[in-house]
Design a binder for this molecule. Sequence first.
Ligand SMILES: [Zn+2]
Length: 427
Amino acid sequence: MFRRAAINAALGSARAFFSSLNTWRVRKEKHEAKPCKKGKKKLPFRERPPVPPRTWNRSAPFYAGLWEERTGHSIMLKVWTGSCWSWLKIGTLPRDLPQGYALASPSLVCKGNRWWLHTPIEKALETPTKVVEQIAFKQTCLCAVDVNLDQHLAVCTVQTVEGTILATSFIGNGTAIAGFRKRLLGRIARNRSQTGIIAQGEQDNVALWRKIRHLDEHIEHQVSARIIQFAIEQQASILVFEHLGNLRPEKGRYSRRSNLKRAYWMKGRIFKYAKYKAWNAGGIITCRVNPRHTSRQCHRCHAPVIRYNEGEPVEGYTPGAALCLCPQCQMRDHADRNASLRIGQRLIERDQEPLKEKPHARSRRATRGSKDPGVGISQDAEGEGQPSIAQARQGDHTNGPGTAQGGLRRMGMLPSDMATTLRLHFE
Ligand SMILES: [Zn+2]
């Protein structure tokens, strides 16, 4: 059984590699077949081909014959004792099985120098309607999220496709978290300055780093969970984020620069966690839109806004200020709320435009594509990055999709050289 699980995992990886190689080839052919634009030099195809993994480490699942009597708090596993196979009863963390979920095969996962037994649960979801089709209905609610580095970690607004704004939620106390993190980073910097050169390959300030890491992860999970909670309350079926901008380096002490970097990473992971949580919460699709000028435009008339802090003169654009005023239509609002409304509108604009007039849309898309490539990557949740439960439940980065249980997959031929490069680390 274990051997079969390992072989299946290897086959799954190999097939995943070949299918991504195929899609890369198709994309390359498409690029080369595309006609050259008038008066412009053709850009070469720069995307790199996928490579097979150099080291390969995968945890194989226990197949049906290897586990038994799984209850809420214990499981029987068949283990090799050194001389024979015997059954061993193991206690697990108790949890109730939510409705509609089925128990799936457990697997042993190695994290650092510890072994974890993952006992996943499974549920088949209906495929949700595509975003373009959902947006054709005027009553569809979408929840747009503006993720920030400062005070409000996430600002969510729910609006219908028609433009009715239904609700807003400000989530997270970013300033307090940044202050706490900065203090810890400052302590690390001070320790480092006192001890001098750090030994190579050795981790310094282990406890402090761990604290920072755990704080960040905790906040990321809390914020993403609250975004989803809000979206469900308001019955939104689409979640919209903006693409990550570049991190602008800032001057200052180590703790300041490092703190900003971590806040930026946090932003990316809030998106990552929200994406799979949304999908698992009943098939909410997550999209990303171009971030260009989302906070500089008015959500009512799209004119450039004045952004200012309370008690300061109302003029110019102060990045990071709390309030905004539109000089054209006199709209006054919280700047982050305005930005999140623009993010939602951008998705609607993007998906409604190509449907109106075909020739017009084509020329428009061509110019837009050359200016901001961010738009090209559309609809994250729709393509291969679909966070199904099968992927999410593995919960470990070393575990890619296609690990096993792929009984439904077609059996394909595996070239012998490919098979030899996949080495099994299996205990
Ligand atoms: Zn305006």
